[in-house]
Design a protein around this ligand. Structure first.
Ligand code: DUC
Ligand code: ZN
Ligand code: ZN
Ligand code: ZN
Length: 484
């Protein structure tokens, strides 16, 4: 199949130019001025619109067993929402059940992923530590093409790992050339604060926000950064939501540490006044972890994206219906944590970022696609409009407008946390590996069209990583070796 996108302005993270894009068999084969359409090629007239690399959302929870239920969007509805919003690849979290082998969990998640309409990849969660986990991590990296391992410092009694487990796992990541990810909230203190507010009679959704203040995130981010440094691994902090966490990351980077931070689109534009709503459903629908913050934190997150101390904008798409949220009526601790955003991330970020002058179109491409492709070691296959790259593209109309509404969204849930947000700048056409998957409001991709994307380990970065080793290690000891 041959496709020519004519008359657009191609935006990459590092340059912008008027160029046509020629695609053959799923791959970009030419980018240049006035390309001829080969016989039989389909031609898309970009009419002066932008042509961007497809969005990559590195943080989704589709069909995830969590808090007594399953997230409502699965790989079919989730990736359908993604392509309708200009995102052509998601990276979801493979979450082994208690005692489950990582290898069995991987097979389970690949099975879930068979319904994906767009490309997907997986992170592996490490939620306890033993010799089997140590051994299986190698297969996960070398055979399954997963180079990222997720660690929760929150969700005490469920997913949370302690510092000993964290140090072991980070060290193992370093040895395998993998990147540890961390959900940074101090789960012990969250647990205490939850009990405290509940005992005071705070049972509604506002209790969720009170019990997870920025300090628990700042503490956990600093701790994870120091542990990663001592283990000789880089670190990726998911859903960086507050000044305290951003400052820890910026400080670490200034000290030479490879630490990355990922704000969510929700935290960039929504704030904690939402939890004060008198409407229980309204507030509970917005319960996620970390919670929306006081508005003052938003300026810090935007500044991080502008300066490069934060690199990626994601969604943590983990959607629950209102009925599911009602599991927590009378006790905010039981409200399933999570919000949606897959369809809205690019349009809302363009409007709040590019239209306001906070981000250039090139910076928009960097934080929605290129930076994460590089961090996940799939660049330039993904994240670039370049010869040889997968033809995952968005024809982006900067003048098109819409008002976000649950009535028209592709997600299965019955509300949208961005409801009423007026966006200017929308995907006109989304292309996944050379096929049009979205145009004129309709998704044409089918379940199974999405492919699993393997991500190889990155050996070289790790030896260079620990700043700590220079001070304390005997000569010749590259890395503290931790075994089970
Ligand atoms: N936060 C959420 O809001 N949902 C899923 C997991 C998480 O960390
Ligand atoms: Zn299967
Ligand atoms: Zn999380
Ligand atoms: Zn998450």
């Amino acid at each position: 199949m041959t496709l020519l996108i004519r008359g657009g302005t191609v935006v990459n993270h590092d340059h912008t130019r008027r160029a046509d894009v020629l695609i053959e068999g799923g791959t970009i084969v030419a980018v240049g001025a006035k390309l001829d359409a080969p016989a039989g090629a389909e031609v898309i007239d970009a009419g002066g619109a932008y042509v961007l690399p497809g969005g990559i959302d590195p943080h989704t929870h589709l069909d995830m067993p969590f808090m007594g239920t399953y997230s409502a969007d699965d790989f079919e509805s989730g990736t359908t929402a993604a392509v309708a919003g200009g995102t052509t690849m998601v990276v979801d979290f493979c979450l082994p059940g208690p005692g489950q082998s990582l290898l069995a969990a991987y097979q389970e998640w690949r099975h879930k992923g068979e319904k994906a309409v767009a490309d997907y990849s997986l992170h592996m969660a490490i939620t306890w530590w033993d010799k089997q986990v140590f051994d299986e991590m190698e297969t996960v990296v070398k055979t399954y093409g997963i180079n990222t391992f997720k660690h929760f410092l929150a969700y005490k009694g469920a997913l949370m790992v302690n510092d000993d487990e964290l140090f072991h796992s980070f060290s193992r990541c370093a040895g395998l050339g993998a990147l540890p990810l961390v959900h940074a909230e101090n789960g012990d203190i969250v647990f205490r604060l939850q009990q405290h507010y509940f005992d005071l009679g705070v049972t509604g959704p506002e209790g969720h926000s009170y019990s997870r203040p920025p300090e628990v995130e700042g503490e956990a981010t600093n701790r994870a950064i120091m542990i990663a440094d001592m283990a000789g691994s880089p670190l990726y902090v998911v859903h960086t939501s507050c000044r305290e966490s951003h400052e820890a990351i910026a400080r670490a980077r200034a000290a030479g540490k490879r630490v990355f931070g990922e704000p969510l689109i929700q935290h960039l534009v929504l704030d904690d006044r939402e939890y004060q709503s008198k409407d229980w459903d309204y507030a509970a629908r917005r319960v996620m972890s970390p919670p929306f913050r006081d508005r003052s934190h938003q300026a810090s997150l935007w500044a991080g994206l502008q300066s490069g101390s934060l690199q990626v904008v994601a969604t943590d798409h983990c959607a629950f219906t209102t009925d599911q949220k009602r599991f927590g009526l009378g006790d905010f601790r039981k409200i399933p944590n999570g919000t949606g955003g897959l369809e809205d991330r690019l349009p809302v970020l363009w409007d709040a970022g590019v239209n306001t002058g906070r981000l250039t179109p090139e910076e928009f491409v960097a934080v929605t696609s290129t930076n994460i492709a590089r961090i996940l070691n799939i660049y330039p296959r993904k994240g670039a409009v370049a010869v040889g790259s997968d033809a995952d593209l968005v024809v982006w109309d900067p003048e098109a407008t819409k008002t976000v509404s649950a009535k028209t969204q592709k997600s299965r849930i019955d509300y949208n946390v961005f409801e009423g947000y007026r966006c200017r700048g929308l995907p006109a056409v989304t292309i996944s590996r050379g096929r049009v998957v979205y145009r004129d409001g309709a998704v044409s991709a089918k379940p199974g069209d999405g492919q699993y994307v393997e991500r190889p380990a990155f050996p070289a970065v790790h030896v260079a990583n620990a700043t700590w080793k220079d001070l304390t290690r005997p000569r010749g000891v590259e890395r503290l070796e931790v075994t089970p």
